[in-house]
Design a binder for this molecule. Structure first.
Ligand code: UDP
Ligand code: MG
Length: 139
């Protein structure tokens, strides 16, 4: 299995609820190396661009409100099979359907406010990492 990279955000609810440390601990103990990381806040335009694929969906307005209401932690993570393994670690989009031990099962409140983002493909991981980080910020 080749080493590759995924992109994550610890979303505003995770930051507000004081869960940054616990979630990073799970990320580390699951074998991911942090390649880049920062506390940042998305503007409305940022969130609309980042989630443009969902802009026709009924939840889009709420998603943009949620993702812009406070700071997030953006990070790039490296591991063998990073994209798929990180999706497994975070669990289903709806925490009610997320497996025991997953980040969303532990820390997400609802399908909308679900604590964490994980890229869904290598291609999107590269696009999303480049959205938040310059090349010189990746280690
Ligand atoms: N979302 C929502 N309602 C839904 C589906 C998704 O509010 O019915 C939000 C949720 O925050 C989710 C994000 O939109 O994480 C992106 O949706 P996607 O289907 O890509 O889920 P993910 O890839 O984050 O699991
Ligand atoms: Mg998605």
């Amino acid at each position: 299995m080749a080493k590759n990279r995924t992109f994550t955000m610890l979303k505003p609810d995770a930051v507000e609820n004081g869960n940054i440390g616990a979630i990073l601990e799970l990320i580390n103990t699951s074998g991911f190396r942090i390649v880049a990381m920062k506390l940042t806040q998305m503007s409305r335009k940022d969130a609309e661009t980042f989630y443009a694929v969902h802009n026709e969906r009924p939840f889009f307005g709420e998603l943009v409100e949620y993702m812009t209401r406070g700071p997030i932690v953006a990070a790039v993570l490296e591991k063998d099979n990073a994209v798929e393994d990180f999706r497994t670690l975070i669990g289903a989009t709806n925490p009610a359907e997320a497996a025991e031990g997953t980040i969303r099962k532990k820390y997400a409140a609802s399908i909308g406010e679900n604590a964490v983002h994980g890229s869904d493909s290598d291609e999107n991981a590269a696009i999303e990492a480049a959205f938040h980080f310059a090349g010189r910020e990746l280690f």
